[in-house]
Design a protein around this ligand. Structure first.
Ligand SMILES: [Zn+2]
Length: 203
């Protein structure tokens, strides 16, 4: 288990560098997580640049209670947005990874849209939908300083929508995408960012 967890954290750190370089994780924004086992997941510690993550910059928390199970270093605290990740893992049993960023394009695209209907261009295939009539709408949640309340709103929505698009938006904040494997979460995140970039540029 230790070896597997170390690998997960290294994989997430590599994604953090990639997203930071793309301008999706300015300052210390954004957070990345992956299931460690059936009852807990690793998530980035708060207050660290996602462009410079190491295995010590993660905290393992309980999936049901959000309690800290393990820290990469003694002062590591989980991201405040752990509540959103927990809501996704509890309602999406097949999800093993969640990625969250703060991009300029996502904020621009969310202005005046609720939900955000994604344009049906080629990239939408990366989300597993095409022109079969499946709605390609990203739900938009109100941003709030009390992140736990956002997590509750996300959990309620996902319980009421059993087969959601694997992504959501918090208004004026950023998107979170998930997937059955880390590679799926990455593909979903990048595809939604691409589609939001189109909307932000007036498509
Ligand atoms: Zn955030």
């Amino acid at each position: 288990m230790t070896t597997v967890s170390q690998d997960l954290r290294r994989d997430l750190a590599a994604i953090g560098r990639r997203f930071y370089d793309r301008g999706w994780m300015w300052a210390t924004a954004g957070n990345l997580s992956a299931r460690a086992d059936e009852s807990s997941f690793w998530i980035t510690a708060s207050g660290v640049s996602k462009g410079d993550l190491g295995p010590a910059d993660f905290v393992r928390v309980g999936l049901e209670d959000g309690e800290i199970r393990e820290r990469g270093r003694p002062d590591a605290k989980p991201s405040a947005e752990v509540a959103i990740h927990g809501a996704i893992y509890r309602t999406q049993p097949g999800a093993t990874a969640c990625l969250h960023g703060h991009s300029v394009e996502a904020i621009l695209a969310s202005r005046g849209r609720d939900p955000i209907v994604l344009p049906r261009v080629e990239m939408i295939k990366a989300l597993g939908i095409w022109d079969d009539g499946t709605p390609a709408a990203v739900p938009v949640f109100t941003n709030h300083p009390d992140v736990a309340s956002i997590g509750q709103a996300v959990e309620t929505f996902l319980r009421d929508h059993p087969r959601p698009l694997p992504a959501l938006m918090v208004r004026d904040h950023g998107i979170t995408a998930w997937g059955a494997r880390l590679a799926d979460a990455l593909r979903h995140f990048e595809a939604v960012e691409f589609l939001l970039m189109l909307l932000a540029r007036g498509f």
